[in-house]
Ligand binder design. Structure first.
Ligand code: ADP
Ligand code: MG
Length: 248
């Protein structure tokens, strides 16, 4: 069976003024795959994720979700919206609504984005909080939670929208070290459930363990892409070797 590309970037270029931050990015994520992007700070990893979910406009090239070219000027607005809903994004800094309970963070998102009725929204909210092990926090407010718990709520909220792919931008880098594991364990659980993921992370042991494929970036370019074993045990380029030596 031919693999289905959930996300595909073709010759993606992104420029801020004169600063070219993505040069010519070609990548894809197939259904069921876990792909990680690693590389030094400033290499363009977050920009790639932000271009995929339309938080940034692109300079040139194409962003396709499930085969639909979202960067085509003539793209049907309805299809674009539908495709963007298939991507769930989790940020470094959680982005929960601070004035809403955990329950309402998820319920109100479902009602607003999916126009869901209250009963269904409540049911899904309970199911997702159970998945991330936070059923007992349903009536808490974000400021009553630890960083790890906040991030788990953010993951539950993204999952509640039933995306076809989850994008993670350094989901543990704002956390105290002792809270990192509880978030990584949730991502491991998602892999077991065959959820497609594109992950940016500096947790090298985790990246090595969880990724079907790894993309190494530097200065807006892909240096190398390969299996976890290939990248960590036998990288082609000296630059990748150096990066891994200083970061693992
Ligand atoms: P990474 O996530 O790999 O650390 P980023 O994608 O955040 O890298 O940033 C890539 C480059 O783009 C950096 O040089 C950064 O300074 C620049 N950049 C990111 N966002 C903006 C912005 N809104 N305006 C101007 N430059 C930006
Ligand atoms: Mg970043």
């Amino acid at each position: 069976m031919e693999s289905e590309k959930i996300i595909e970037l073709k010759n993606l270029k992104k420029q801020y003024g004169d600063n070219i931050v993505l040069k010519n990015i070609n990548l894809h994520v197939d259904r069921g795959e876990v792909v990680s992007i690693i590389g030094p700070s400033g290499s363009g990893k977050s920009t790639i994720l932000r271009c995929i979910v339309d938080l940034e406009s692109i300079t040139s090239g194409e962003v396709l979700i499930e085969g639909n070219n979202l960067t085509d000027k003539n793209v049907d607005k309805k299809i674009k919206k539908e495709m963007l809903l298939k991507t769930g994004m989790v940020f470094q800094t959680f982005n929960l609504f601070p004035h809403m309970s955990v329950r309402n963070n998820i319920v109100k998102t479902l009602k607003l984005v999916k126009k869901m009725d209250m009963t269904e929204a409540e049911n899904i909210t309970k199911k997702m909080l159970d998945l991330v092990g936070l059923s007992d926090k349903i009536d808490s407010f974000p400021n009553e939670l630890s960083g790890g718990q906040k991030q788990r709520v953010a993951i539950a909220r993204a999952l509640a929208l039933q995306p076809d792919i989850m994008l993670f931008d350094e989901p543990t880098s704002a956390l105290d070290p002792e809270l990192v594991k509880e978030v990584l364990d949730i991502i491991r659980k998602l892999k077991n459930q065959k959820i497609t993921m594109l992950i940016v992370s500096h947790e090298m042991n985790f990246v090595r363990e969880i990724s079907d494929r790894i993309i190494v970036m530097e200065k807006g370019e892909i240096l190398e892409t390969g299996s976890s074993q290939q990248i960590f045990e036998n990288p082609f380029s000296q630059r990748v070797r150096e990066f891994l030596n200083t970061n693992s």
